[in-house]
Design a protein around this ligand. Structure first.
Ligand SMILES: Cc1cc2nc3c(=O)[nH]c(=O)nc-3n(C[C@H](O)[C@H](O)[C@H](O)COP(=O)(O)OP(=O)(O)OC[C@H]3O[C@@H](n4cnc5c(N)ncnc54)[C@H](O)[C@@H]3O)c2cc1C
Length: 468
């Protein structure tokens, strides 16, 4: 008999046990979980090579809605001290950092990661677990042209971020080699069910040259040559071969691991409750674990940024926009790449499931699925691939996107405060926009002012009241 620890609880095994045998005895579907042994995430194709021995610490998490591997395994990681080259004047206390980021979703993680690459010490706080809010709920589509009609500031920002992805993925592969982020630039196929929808899609084609993106118009028959299981009712489509997808969960895990290795501290279950300010500057963040001193503060708490900014007397009008999704499976993967229709989309994931999404609902912070919402998602999925009527539904989930009144992200200095930066409002595109957001916000913090590229997203564009 040997003793191991599984998800924090001691457990006795008959003897040294192959990992697949343990997972089988726990009746776990390996496609839906991630496993770490002694702090190392095990790639699925290496499960067979792992034999559990006495004293091993095993963490098993479900990939959607169930938990964050990073959160649990982080304490097992070796931490390296930050590489210090920052030019920021450091007044941080021993428990603080030059920059404190409130919110460890993909946006907070990307900013912390970029700051650490620039030698800035950074502390990332999350009220719950890193990456477990909208970031965990997303579909992972990287499509700057998602619903575009003409190229606006958001489309250009999205394109810039998409172009950063290969470089970021390459770097993360070196810094967190155990995590496969499932990045693929395998195209997004937008489809139309009638002439009106096709005209909408065609409207975008004229901007091809300006965008520097290839867009290919397809008739109905060719759409079905590309994706044979799509509905015979589809009359045409536009394929953008350069768009793609990523595992939002694994990408965020890799990002936070890489950030930690560069010295970023991530403290979970530690909400920012308020701030201590002096002379127009926030000098410390109040939390249940005490105060953390900071030179700069970043508010990156998704839709919760609004209540946080209110504590500083400023209205940052991001609001939660609920999205419900379904994981379908039990059949041969019916599509090869992301398919986008007017009423829903489908995303084939590496685990063989198809993610179908998503509702967009303005219902406040109500974080639960509804029968009507899931029925809408199911209808849209079956409209695209009729065969999905026979698919089994593995699970459903819900997330709150950080919306904004004009649909653009809210990024830049918080009006009235010298050292506070906001990064939220990424709405349906936070996964896509994480690299560019990390880069632009980190650089703005180092420079002490936002760069030109942030101008369209300035938080000061909304009516603001400073009541403090
Ligand atoms: C169903 C759905 C599908 C989506 N699909 C896609 C997609 O395919 N492609 C794409 O690009 N985007 C997609 N998105 C959007 C994307 O998920 C979001 O834009 C992105 O995750 C926002 O990241 P964030 O870090 O700003 O917010 P969040 O992920 O919400 O993170 C905010 C964090 O702040 C923490 N927090 C809150 N209050 C405090 C506090 N007081 N102190 C400290 N921490 C706090 C929270 O716990 C949370 O972890 C989708 C979203 C949903 C819901």
């Amino acid at each position: 008999m040997i003793s191991v620890t599984i998800n924090g609880k001691p457990r006795t095994l008959r003897g040294e046990t192959p990992l697949p045998q343990l997972l089988h005895s726990l009746k776990l579907d390996v496609r839906l979980i991630a496993v770490a042994v002694n702090g190392d995430v095990i790639p699925k194709n290496q499960y067979k090579a792992v034999v559990l021995r006495a004293g091993d610490v095993v963490e098993i998490v479900r990939m959607v809605g169930g938990g964050s591997l990073e959160a649990r395994s982080s304490k097992l990681e070796a931490r390296t001290p930050p590489h210090r080259t920052s030019s920021l004047e450091s007044r941080a206390s021993s428990v603080g950092a030059e920059v404190v980021v409130a919110g460890a979703g993909i946006i907070g993680c990307a900013i912390a990661y970029e700051l650490s690459r620039r030698g800035v010490s950074c502390l990332l706080l999350d009220s719950r677990r890193a990456g477990m809010a909208a970031t965990n709920a997303a579909a992972g589509i990287l499509a700057p042209l998602a619903e575009f009609r003409r190229p606006d500031a958001l489309v250009h920002l999205g394109l810039a971020s998409l172009r950063l992805y290969p470089e970021w993925v390459e770097r993360l592969r070196e810094q967190a080699p155990e995590v496969d982020v499932e990045f693929a630039r395998n195209g997004v196929l937008r489809v139309a069910f009638d002439g009106e929808e096709m005209a909408e899609l065609r409207a975008g084609l004229r901007y091809q040259a300006e965008l520097g993106m290839e867009l290919i118009e397809l008739d109905g028959a060719t759409v079905r040559e590309v994706e044979p299981r799509l509905s015979p009712r589809i009359v045409g489509g536009v394929l953008c071969p350069e768009e793609g997808q990523v595992s939002n969960q694994m990408f965020t895990i890799a990002l936070s691991r890489a950030a930690r290795k560069r010295g970023v501290r991530i403290i979970e279950s530690c909400p920012a409750l308020g701030f201590r300010a002096r002379d127009g500057r926030v000098v410390a963040v109040r939390t249940p674990q005490g105060e953390f001193a900071c030179d700069r503060l970043v508010l990156a708490a998704g839709p919760w940024t609004r209540p946080l900014a209110r504590k500083l007397g400023v209205d940052v009008p991001t609001r939660p926009m609920r999205g419900q999704m379904l994981a379908m499976g039990g059949m041969v993967t019916p599509i090869h790449a992301v398919v986008w229709g007017a009423r829903g989309y489908l995303v084939p994931r590496a685990n063989g499931l198809v993610f179908a999404g998503a509702t967009v609902e303005d219902v406040g912070f109500r974080l639960r699925t509804t029968k009507a919402g899931l029925a809408q998602v199911r209808r849209a999925a079956c409209e695209l691939v009729p065969q999905l009527r026979h698919a089994s539904e593995h699970f459903s989930w819900v997330g709150l996107r950080p919306g904004s009144p004009d649909g653009l992200p809210i990024m830049g200095p918080l009006p009235g405060w010298e050292n506070v930066t906001v990064a939220t409002g990424h709405f349906r595109n936070g996964i896509l926009l994480a690299p560019i957001t990390g880069q632009l916000i980190a650089q703005a913090i180092l420079d002490g002012r936002p760069g030109e590229a942030l101008a369209p997203f300035d938080p000061g564009r909304f009516t603001l009241s400073n009541t403090s």
